[in-house]
Design a protein around this ligand. Structure first.
Ligand code: PLP
Length: 463
């Protein structure tokens, strides 16, 4: 456009501006003056909020609940427990054998852990009251991070307020649209959400199939800047674990980063609870990111990344879920630290957990139960094969004083709906034997009363 043209359009814009200012002044002159103080105010039109029950997904949820009611299934979810849930738990005033808690080493409710939390409350109150970056840093945070780094055998660790948020913010922050995230098909939702947030490409390899992972990287690696491989120390649904040394060789060969989520393996695997690296005797510094939660063995709440000092410093300075979120509540940090102390002092807890897991797995196999690929450590599923059957089995076990929760579609494929048993060091042999026997008996009863979903829909409520 010519200079003249510029000038001409500039003049036109000024004219428009003057006209709109004049129109504004005119409108202001015509506006009614504000009512004097105390004058009655006319009622504003009613403001209504959106009715979320109209959401199609909510309607579907309601239909599922109604269908379950129709066929006589009790809702196994959101059952309140009274007191500490460990090898036993109190539901509706009745003590049950409990196979539904992450309390793998029986440390939740341990007097030393409780005392540490209480002491932290006395010193710091219940909240850090700010992001650690600004005014929320407390000495207990770094004490815990140092202990976690020592446990994993790496330089540093950074703790965040939730395990889920740790994966989301770390993966979401470190990876970008030109990158690739390759995940085992069964990784936890928090890893998937982190991948989504990062806008990196995401590809799955079939669960545990490292040949497929190698093929995938061979075909895809050159198309991306950075590549992250994410796997779990013990898979939360199947209870098995990957071949870590091979995973590490693969990530080296394809110049990728490796994240191992140790939510269910730290404080479970290895003679002293250092997780899957201790189990295999591998050098933990060869893995870029060890992720863990404080909500399982460490009887607290929160999550962490352990790795190099540079990685942890970078996350502390820039990860949105750390920088823009409150510091971990001091009593929770103290409880996790005390749990680490007890675990270090009493490795026999890990031995008992391993023995209990082995016993459960052996007894289940003798009883003809399908425990999938579980290694028999913290997590042992019993595959039922359909969601209704899994909920029905859970209801029946509860009536026999055993609490173990179903995992149903869409958390797992419909054909692998299951009851998931969490094992703790505190279970007795009698509890384990009772649970396996009851599961085998009730599953057989369900199968003979033909309670598969399709039959229930066809025939209605079972006898
Ligand atoms: C494998 C895995 N990663 C992350 C999380 C999230 O941890 P949290 O429940 O402590 O937020 C879980 C939760 O169970 C999990 O199983």
């Amino acid at each position: 456009m010519s200079r003249d043209g510029d000038n001409a359009s500039g003049t036109g814009r000024r004219r428009d501006l003057m006209a709109s200012l004049r129109a504004g002044h005119e409108a202001a002159r015509q506006r009614k003056p504000a009512p004097p103080p105390g004058a009655p105010v006319k009622a504003a039109p009613t403001v209504t909020s959106f009715d979320f029950s109209k959401l199609p997904a909510f309607r579907q949820l309601t239909m599922h609940r109604a269908a379950a009611d129709m066929i006589g299934l009790d809702n196994p979810f959101f059952q309140p427990h009274d007191g500490v849930a460990g090898a036993t738990t109190v539901i509706d005033g009745v003590r049950h054998d409990n196979f539904a808690s992450y309390n793998y080493l029986g440390l939740n409710g341990h007097p030393e852990v409780n005392a540490a939390a209480l002491e932290a409350v006395r010193t710091y109150g219940t909240s850090a009251s700010a992001s650690r970056v600004v005014a929320g840093e407390r000495p207990i945070h770094r004490m815990l991070e140092t202990r976690l780094a020592e446990l994993h055998g790496v330089e540093d660790a950074v703790v965040m307020v939730s395990g889920h948020a740790t994966n989301v913010t770390t993966i979401g922050h470190l990876l970008s649209p030109n990158d690739l995230i390759v995940t085992d098909a069964l990784v936890h939702n928090s890893i998937s959400e982190g991948a989504r947030l990062s806008h990196a490409a995401r590809m799955n390899f079939p669960h545990g199939d490292l040949d497929a992972l190698e093929r995938l990287l061979g075909e895809q690696r050159h198309k991306f800047d950075r590549v992250l491989i994410a796997a779990e120390g013990i898979y939360s649904m199947d209870g098995d674990f990957p071949d870590l040394p091979r995973l590490m060789r693969i990530k080296q060969m394809y110049d990728a980063w490796l994240l191992i989520d140790e939510a269910h393996s730290i404080g479970v695997m290895g003679a002293t609870g250092r997780g899957i690296a201790e189990h295999f005797g591998t050098d933990p510094t060869g893995v870029e990111m060890w992720m863990g939660t404080l909500s399982k063995t460490f009887s607290s709440c929160g999550g962490y990344i352990a790795g190099s000092k540079a990685l942890c410093d970078y996350l502390r300075a820039t990860a949105p879920g750390f920088v823009f979120s409150v510091g971990l509540s001091p009593p929770l940090a103290a409880a996790a630290r005390a749990s680490l102390d007890v675990m270090a002092r009493e490795p026999e807890r890990l031995q008992r957990l391993a023995e209990n897991g082995r016993r459960f797995l052996e007894r289940a196999s003798e009883a003809g139960l399908d425990t999938g690929p579980s290694a028999g450590l913290s997590v042992i599923p019993v595959i039922v094969g359909d969601s209704i059957g899994a909920v029905s089995l859970c209801n029946r076990l509860l009536k026999r004083g055993i609490n173990a929760l179903p995992i149903v579609f869409p958390a797992v494929a419909e054909k692998s709906a299951r009851i998931r048993f969490f094992i703790t060091s505190e279970h007795t042999n009698a509890q384990i034997d009772r649970a396996v026997d009851a599961t085998a008996e009730e599953l057989a009863a369900i199968r003979t009363t033909n309670t598969r979903f399709s039959d229930l829909v066809r025939n209605g409520k079972p006898e």
